[in-house]
Every structure is written in structure tokens, then in C-alpha cells.
Design a binder for this molecule. Structure first.
Ligand code: Z16
Length: 830
């Protein structure tokens, strides 16, 4: 059954006994108490950070009674819930969301005002927890927000990295990474519970023994261990009285440093074990989509998954819980392959620790996991060498071997000893080295496997795992991603939110399909004026942020053309650069007069994985192009290229609401879904995009007239690869492409130095894995249409309004409803 619509009741009516009074004076009292007694400072001498910490703690008090009540009811009802297992949560700032969830924003603003404190300044003081890379981590954050808002029991499990995604700076246009010390000024949102630590073991060997019941068993004699300390975070629903939990683990040494060695003077040796253990949760791996097979990464994965499963089985569940009923109580959702080691871990817990027999344990395990795949890139599908896995987790390797053996036996039986098929489907790859294919393990163990957009799910089924689809009919499914409208519409775009509410009333924030009611307003001239004023307002707001942050200015008369996402070749930031260079070349060659083009500001935001050389070169190139274009008098200020460093959730919340044009230009078939694309459409930007990922669904919904489609289709991409793709032939046959590439090659954006960008140029001409040159002509033509369309202000605004009105589908509440109904079977609890 479809879960009931969450109620958007006003928070004031819900304040339970024991929570601070929801009045301005009540708030002021609480705030000053936190400042004086919590921070130990007087208002008159307090720093902005003191005030921020005191405010955060005050706001969190308002959620406390609801959190405790949620936990109490969960313990009482034992309702089925979700354990979301994710190595990443890209949460964004917490204060604004907590204020929105409690409905306290106005009271707080007024109360702080009485103290002479500016809420905006305190908001700006928060350092966002950047515990994720990009789409996958942000998706996890959106999903837990939606589950809390829909009153569905969920516990998010992950890692409390001491350092999140690196802080990006540019030095002479090149990316330089800095450690992200997000905890340095205090962590007011977390609740550490060292007393509830779990022990996680690694290494050693396995041995056979005869148990007291006479049964032959395997046991793991581990070589070393670390402590996992849980840090709890509140996940408040939107004004519905529910607060779920996010539990992130920190690694700590089981023993304090060796005092004897310390006293002997060898200080480094004395803390060696400590340093080693604590490295496990030290820093987030900065790879998006292309993980590195590093041992520490596998340690991180097992560390958080093992701690989480033990925590759930031994601490969350009641003492007398019958583990045969585990599937009625929990579903572990695997966010990509990162937590898939949880499959053999649950088997080990059930068999070795709870003494279940194999078949029983396997039947339970298969009902307790579901797996979401987020990519198709072969280099992104995680594989762990048998050598490493056997060294770090010998018992798990044994279990994986047996799962594989029994699985392949069934395959062989079903397909008459078809050995080719058996080796294709083996969880263990033999080449180039023996290795465990984590996606296969997840697929065999998971009750369901889903992709993240229609096209992606279809390709997953047809191209990546066709044998498995045949073997497990009904296991594969699609759930198109979504984004939370609380953060990405209400918090990020208050002006648009107010306009929407004025038009269609309240309630849409938890029932986003209601945005459809805006459709008729596209024809309303006054509404269009107000809509345009909202955009202009958001551009001015962005201007203020960028002036202060980077010294950049944004002109609100310019078309704001935005490409923000991780730097990756498949996403094709180079194609965007080729467009900008083409426009620039048209001007300096005299082909067009600056006054005749639509003035545009291009905004980039992108971090490159520190070891991804070509991606870093592309960042350098964008900055090089910007430096030249922005300073060339001949351009007359009609083109501007801005690349604010350190794009993150906080900046996204300012950039997206200001955008006119959303760049979603990945090579067809390569972007699993994209979620930025949804945020832009919901904020009234038009998309220029390929037939890829969720772009396809966006276009179907908003309509062809309100979307700029270009480029090869996925089957055409495949055909071109098959036929043999020669990028230089496009360069030779398209003079405008040739001029753009030649400008870069000749050093026009590197002070005449032809070497600096030679790797980028060479890559494009002689490799171009993602066919930027093949799509260049179509892209330029589509961009010319964009420029012309923007000149018709009324028609553009109509399209922008229709983008908002028709994008309600992309609420993560809808994604969650699909998971709940088709995969998890976890109805709202209360
Ligand atoms: C990631 O962010 C994604 C895929 C992946 O394998 C690893 C990481 Cl860290 C992204 C996809 O690239 C993107 O298309 C998708 O929208 C997002 O995951 C959420 O599903």
C-alpha cells in the first residue's frame, strides 16, 4: 500500500512536554543559557563561533524530545525499517535544515535580533560536513531526509571521516587540495557514544574446530582489531515530529599508547598502533565514480559495515530477538558496492557467532539486502583482489567462495553445464588477477537490484548484468533518483518558494507533484514578471556571495549558464570549454559583433580527484580560458567565465537558484542519473542536455519545447565505437572546431605556451574516449538556439515556469515511495 502523505503540521502545535518553549522569550532564555553555561562566555564578549555553537545546541534541544520519542516508539513497535549503508553522506549545512524542520526560523531570527545577533552571520559560520564526493553521497542525504519526512523508520550508517572531501584552491589556475578540517571549530550536531563502541577485527587466519555440540565449524582467529565509536546525528522530518538517526563510526585504537615504550623515549613507536587504527576513519577517499583499489579503502568499508551490522544485531534489536525474523525487521540497503562486504559479514555473524547453519543464514541474508548500482563505467565497478581480501578478511573470503560455489552450481544445473556462462557469472574473476567482483556478489545476495534512472537500469540489465537478469527474473528494477525539495527548493530558494505558495498555497513541499498547479501561471503575465524578479533576485544574491568569496561579479542581465558537478571526462567539461572558446573566437575573428550576442556568464564548479591528471589539466584550462576571455577588451564584457573554487553543497544552494541554463552534457549512456539536473529544473533553469541518465525523464516531463536536446543517442555511441571512432576526422572536417582547438593548442590561453595544454588537446584529437568532438557540432547548434531563445524573454520565462511545474516527479519523496513499495516494504510508522 502507498504510504500515507506526510502531514505538514505546524511545529508549534507539536511541541511535546519537555521541549523548550516555542516563544521568542523562551528561545532567548535557552540561547543565553547555552552561551553562558555551554560555551562559558557572556553575550558581550562572545565570538560569532560561540554564538553559532550556542544556537546550534539550542535548536537541537527543540528536536530532542521528538528524537527520544521516535526511539521509544521504535523500540516498542519493532516496526520494519531501513538500514541505509553508505560510505558517504554529503549532508550540507545543518542549521538551516534544523530550523526549517522545527519551524523555528522566525522565532530565532527575532530572538537573536533582541540579542543584537544576526542569524545570517551565524548561518555563514557553519562549516558543512563534506562527508561525500558528489552525487552518491548527496543522494544518501536526500534519501534520509525524505524517509524522516515520510515517517519511515531508518537508520543511516556510515563513516565519521575526520577530514571530508578536500578543500579546493587554485594556484595559478591549477587545483591545489587542502585538508578539510570540518571539526576544527566544534561539532555541535553530533552525539558521541564511546560506551556503545563496537570491536572490528581484521587479518589473522581461519581454522576448523569441533564445537561443543559436536559440529565441525570454521572460526576466524583475527590478527588485529580496532574500536568503532558511534557518533549519532539527528535526521529531523519536515515539521512532522519525527527524528531519525544517522550513525557514523569513528575508528579508535583498542589500547591507549604504550606507556612503557613512551617512557623509554621512542614516542613514535609508542603511538604507532593508535595512529594506525585511527587512520581508518581519517579521511574520505576523494574519488567519484572511479574508486581506487587501495587497502585502506577496503578497511574503511569493512570497518563501518561490520560495526553497523553488529550494532544493529546486538544493540538495536531487543536481547531476545529471534534472528530468523530478521527480514521482517530490517532491510540493509547497499549504496553502491562500497558496503557489499556486509553480505559475507552478516553470514559470518549468523553462522559463526549465532551458530546458525549455512542454509538458514543464506536464506535470511538474501532477504535482508538490496543493492543500488550507480554507474556503468567498467573501471568504476569495484573488484578486490583475492590476495588482499584473503589477507585482510580470510573468513569472509571463505564465505564468498562458498556463496560462489553454490551459486555457480545452480547456474550450471539450469544451463546444462554451460561453462562459458558459468565463468562469465562467477563472483570470482580470474583475469588479470583473481578478484572478487563486488557488484556480482551484491546481485547474487540482494533481494533486489536497482539502477538510478530508466536508461541506466535498462543498460544495467541488458549490457552489464544480462546473465543475472536471465537467471533472476524480477530481481532487477529501476528507481529514478530524486532530490529533497526541503533543501533544494525551500532552503535554497526562499523567493521562489514564496512565489509558489502565493500561487498554489501550502502543502507542496511534501507533495511536490502539486507543482503541476503552477502550469496555468505560465500564461499569466504578472506571474511571469514575478518569476523573473525571483531569478534576478537570486542572481544578485549569488553576486554578493561571489564578490565576498572570490571577488567575482555576476551581472543579473546575463544569461547564467552553469556547469557544476565533479570533473570527469565522461561529463565532458571540455565540450563546454570548446563552446566558450568558439564564442570567443567568433568575436575576436570579427565573425560576430559582441553587441549581437546574448551576454552570458558561464559558471563552473568542479573538483578533480587529486590523482586524476587529465581532469586537473582541464581545470587549469578552464581557468586559463577564463583569464583571457574575461580580460579581452574586444569581448566588451559580453562573455564571462567564472570558476569559484571549492564547489560544495553550500555553494550549490546559491548557484542553482540563480541559473538560467543547466549544462547536462555527458556522453549518452555514461551518466547513470545525475541529480544536479533535477535541482536546476526545479529551480527554473532550462536544460541543455544529452539523451542520458535522468535528463531523458526530465525532457519527457517538461516537454521537448522546454529542453535543449543535442548529441548522439546511446545506441549511436555504441555503433560509433564499434565502427572505430576517429576524433581527428571531426577536427579536420569542422572549421569552427578546428579554430577552437587550434587556439588552445597555440597557447592562446597559456601565455603562448604550447606545452601546457598539449595533453588535453592530444587527448581530444587522438583518444577522446567520450566523443566530445563527435558531439561538438550538435552542441554548438543547440547553444545557438539557446542564445536566440533567451532573447525572447517571455517565451523563456514560460518555459522556465513549466520546468518548475513539471518537475515535481523528481522529489526524493517519490524515490523513497518507490523503494518502500517495491523493495523495502517498510510503511510509515507514525
Ligand atoms: C557517484 O557519485 C556516482 C556513481 C558512482 O559509481 C560513484 C559515485 Cl561516488 C553518481 C553517478 O555518477 C550519478 O550519475 C548519480 O546521479 C549519482 O551517483 C547518484 O545515483
Amino acid at each position: 500500500a502507498a504510504p500515507a502523505k506526510p502531514k505538514a503540521t505546524h511545529a508549534l502545535a507539536l511541541a511535546p512536554v519537555g521541549s523548550p518553549a516555542s516563544s521568542v522569550d523562551g528561545f532567548v532564555r535557552e540561547f543565553l543559557r547555552e552561551l553562558n553555561y555551554g560555551q562559558g562566555v557572556a553575550l558581550s564578549t562572545s565570538s560569532v563561533n560561540d554564538q553559532y555553537l550556542a544556537l546550534a545546541r539550542t535548536v537541537r534541544h527543540y528536536l530532542m524530545a521528538r528524537w527520544l520519542e521516535t526511539l521509544r516508539r521504535q523500540a516498542e513497535t519493532q516496526a520494519k525499517g531501513v538500514a541505509y549503508l553508505s560510505a558517504e553522506y554529503l549532508l550540507g549545512r545543518q542549521l538551516g535544515n534544523a530550523l526549517l524542520a522545527t519551524g523555528l526560523t522566525e522565532i530565532v531570527e527575532e530572538g537573536l535580533g533582541k540579542c543584537g545577533v544576526d542569524l545570517a552571520a551565524l548561518r555563514a559560520q557553519e562549516v558543512e560536513p563534506g562527508l561525500g564526493n558528489g552525487g552518491l553521497g548527496r543522494l544518501a542525504a536526500c534519501f534520509i531526509d525524505s524517509l524522516a519526512t515520510m515517517s519511515v523508520p531508518c537508520i543511516g550508517y556510515g563513516i565519521r571521516y575526520e577530514y571530508g572531501i578536500f578543500r579546493q584552491t587554485f594556484v595559478e589556475g591549477r587545483q591545489v587540495e587542502q585538508a578539510d578540517s570540518w571539526l576544527a571549530l566544534g561539532a555541535p550536531w553530533e552525539f558521541p557514544h564511546p560506551e556503545a563502541a563496537q570491536i572490528v577485527t581484521f587479518g589473522g587466519h581461519t581454522e576448523k574446530y569441533t564445537d561443543t555440540d559436536g559440529v565441525e565449524r570454521s572460526r576466524w582467529v583475527a590478527g588485529w582489531k580496532v574500536k568503532a565509536i558511534p557518533y549519532n546525528y539527528m535526521v529531523p522530518g519536515y515539521q512532522n515530529g519525527r527524528v531519525n538517526t544517522l550513525r557514523l563510526w569513528r575508528a579508535q585504537a583498542t589500547d591507549a599508547f604504550d606507556l612503557k615504550i613512551f617512557n623509554s623515549g621512542d614516542y613514535e613507536e609508542a603511538v604507532r598502533a593508535q595512529t594506525f587504527a585511527e587512520n581508518i576513519s581519517k579521511v574520505l577517499y576523494p574519488e567519484d565514480s572511479t574508486p581506487q583499489g587501495k587497502e585502506l579503502r577496503l578497511q574503511q568499508q569493512y570497518f563501518f559495515v561490520s560495526a553497523s551490522i553488529h550494532d544493529f544485531v546486538n544493540s538495536v534489536l531487543p536481547k531476545d530477538f529471534d534472528l530468523h525474523k530478521l527480514p521482517d525487521r530490517i532491510i540493509f540497503q547497499l549504496n553502491d558496492t562500497h558496503p557489499v562486504i556486509g553480505v559475507p559479514e552478516l553470514m559470518r555473524v549468523l553462522i559463526d557467532e549465532k551458530k546458525m547453519d549455512w542454509d538458514e543464514a543464506w536464506a535470511i541474508t538474501q532477504q535482508c539486502f538490496a543493492y543500488t548500482c550507480h554507474t556503468l563505467l567498467p573501471e568504476a565497478l569495484e573488484v578486490w583482489s583475492v590476495d588482499l581480501l584473503g589477507r585482510l578478511l580470510p573468513r569472509h573470503l571463505e564465505i564468498i567462495y562458498r556463496i560462489n560455489e553454490e551459486f555457480l552450481e545452480r547456474v550450471s544445473e539450469r544451463f546444462d553445464g554451460d561453462q562459458l556462462r558459468v565463468s562469465r557469472m562467477s563472483i570470482i574473476a580470474e583475469h588479470p588477477e583473481r578478484a572478487v567482483r563486488m557488484a556480482y556478489l551484491a546481485t547474487v545476495a540482494g533481494a533486489k537490484v536497482n539502477g538510478v534512472a530508466e536508461l541506466h537500469s535498462q543498460l544495467l540489465r541488458d549490457k552489464v548484468l544480462p546473465d543475472f537478469d536471465e537467471f533472476f527474473p524480477g530481481k532487477f528494477t529501476n528507481v529514478t533518483n530524486g532530490v529533497t525539495p526541503r533543501r533544494f527548493v525551500r532552503l535554497a530558494n526562499p523567493a521562489l518558494s514564496e512565489l509558489i505558495t502565493d500561487a498554489i498555497g501550502v502543502g507542496w513541499l511534501t507533495d511536490l507533484e502539486r507543482l503541476r498547479e503552477l502550469e496555468p501561471y505560465a500564461e499569466d503575465e504578472e506571474f511571469r514578471d514575478r518569476f523573473r524578479e525571483v531569478k534576478a533576485h537570486n542572481k544578485r544574491r549569488l553576486n554578493r556571495v561571489l564578490v565576498e568569496r572570490d571577488g567575482f561579479t555576476v551581472d543579473d542581465s546575463h544569461l547564467l549558464d552553469v556547469m557544476v558537478k565533479r570533473l570527469h571526462e565522461y561529463k565532458r567539461q571540455t565540450l563546454k570549454v570548446l563552446h566558450i572558446v568558439t564564442e570567443y573566437e567568433r568575436i575576436i575573428s570579427g565573425e560576430v559583433k559582441p553587441a549581437d550576442i546574448t551576454p552570458r556568464t558561464f559558471i563552473f564548479g568542479a573538483k578533480a580527484a587529486p590523482g586524476y591528471k587529465i581532469a586537473k589539466d582541464i581545470i587549469h584550462l578552464i581557468n586559463g580560458v577564463g583569464a583571457v576571455v574575461n580580460n579581452d577588451k574586444r569581448v566588451e564584457g559580453r562573455l564571462k567565465v567564472l570558476f569559484p573554487p571549492n564547489y560544495n553543497v553550500t555553494l550549490a544552494e546559491k548557484v542553482i537558484p540563480a541559473a538560467d541554463l543547466s549544462e547536462q552534457i555527458s556522453l549518452a549512456g555514461k551518466e547513470a542519473s545525475g541529480t544536479g539536473n533535477m535541482k536546476f529544473a526545479l529551480n527554473g533553469a532550462l536544460t541543455i542536455g544529452t539523451d542520458d541518465g535522468a535528463n531523458i525523464e526530465i525532457r519527457e516531463l517538461v516537454g521537448d519545447d522546454n529542453f535543449f536536446l543535442f548529441g548522439l543517442l546511446e545506441p549511436e555511441v555504441e555503433a560509433l565505437y564499434a565502427k572505430g571512432y576517429v576524433p581527428s576526422s571531426f577536427y579536420e572536417s569542422d572549421p569552427s572546431l578546428k579554430r577552437a582547438i587550434d587556439l588552445i593548442a597555440q597557447g592562446a590561453f597559456s601565455d603562448g605556451d604550447r606545452d601546457v595544454f598539449a595533453p588535453v588537446v592530444g587527448n581530444l584529437l587522438y583518444e577522446d574516449r567520450f566523443m566530445a568532438l563527435a558531439d561538438y557540432r550538435a552542441y554548438i547548434d543547440a547553444q545557438d538556439k539557446v542564445g536566440a531563445a533567451y532573447a525572447d524573454t517571455d517565451a523563456w520565462t514560460r518555459s522556465a515556469i513549466l520546468n518548475v511545474a513539471r518537475s515535481g516527479f523528481f522529489s526524493s519523496d517519490r524515490s523513497m515511495r518507490h523503494y518502500i513499495d517495491r523493495i523495502w516494504h517498510t510503511p510509515p510508522a507514525f
